[in-house]
Design a protein around this ligand. Sequence first.
Ligand code: FAD
Length: 294
Amino acid sequence: MKIIDVLNSGKVSVSCELFPPKAGGNFSPVVQAADAIAALRPDFMSVTYGAGGGTSQNTVAIASHIQNDLGITALAHLTCVSSTKDHVAAMLDRLKEEHIENILALRGDIPEGMDFPNPRQYRYAFELIDEIKERGDFCIGAACYPEGHVECKNKAEDLDHLKEKADRGCDFLTTQMFFDNNVLYSFLYRALLREIRLPVIAGVMPVTNQAQIQRICRLSGTSLTPKFKAIADKFGDNPKALKQAGIAYATEQIVDLIANGVRGIHIYTMNKPDVAAKIMQNISYLLEDTNGTN
Ligand code: FAD
């Protein structure tokens, strides 16, 4: 099934994210996590793509397991900045062979010391969108950044670049995590003013350990709210308490998003079925109320 059809159905969709094993890594824990998350019947499950493409075959393998063995629509991430056009073409062929119809088209972070821009390779995600459109009938998603992408000097310019991805024909957008829903609402308003009319899936990250908090601050440019900082300060050294608080925080965000009309919720579940299960349980009656089923 194409994700755009789910997003256009009018119901609230909930999706979950997995990351594949590293090259040469152990598949079994990831497959177990995929199986347990699939049992929660999310609308789709996405599988990340390791920066540099090192896990590309593993992304396809896990996405294929989700789609073909577990019967859940899979969204395969694909990054291009460290890739050649031949490699991308081969990846698209592999995805077609596995009947995977949905791709999140990403540039990827520029590896340190990389000769960028390299004219023989991709520079931006919109070039990958062009390529995917040329090579098959895929449903294409792209990333967006409610607080602006870290490399971009201001939000207006970042929106111009997002508009370019929309104009190249991507079907939907998924946001970077955010911890203040007003940041998302303001972004949605500015996107509409910029005539970006695609469905936007809100990415919510249940923060469940200290290392995640440090990584978020270092890499994504996402701001932490005072409320979130207080939780991290108070419970940061107690893994169980931090996990409980992180799940509660993410649940509260999702409740507010659904109450305010957001239809696509993507949970950055990070191979943690217990976290996904708790959040799904916390919002089950909201989904029943909105979608008419549980
Ligand atoms: P782009 O849309 O190409 O934008 C990158 C930067 O270039 C932005 O600052 C943009 O404003 C600017 N830009 C765009 N077009 C132009 C132009 N024409 N001229 C000048 N500047 C321009 N990374 C992974 O490695 N694997 C993953 O699986 C993965 N999944 C992700 C999922 C989501 C939902 C999100 C939000 C991010 C994900 N990332 C992933 C991280 C992502 O790869 C990085 O944030 C990357 O730095 C940007 O990717 P992009 O596709 O948004 O790039």
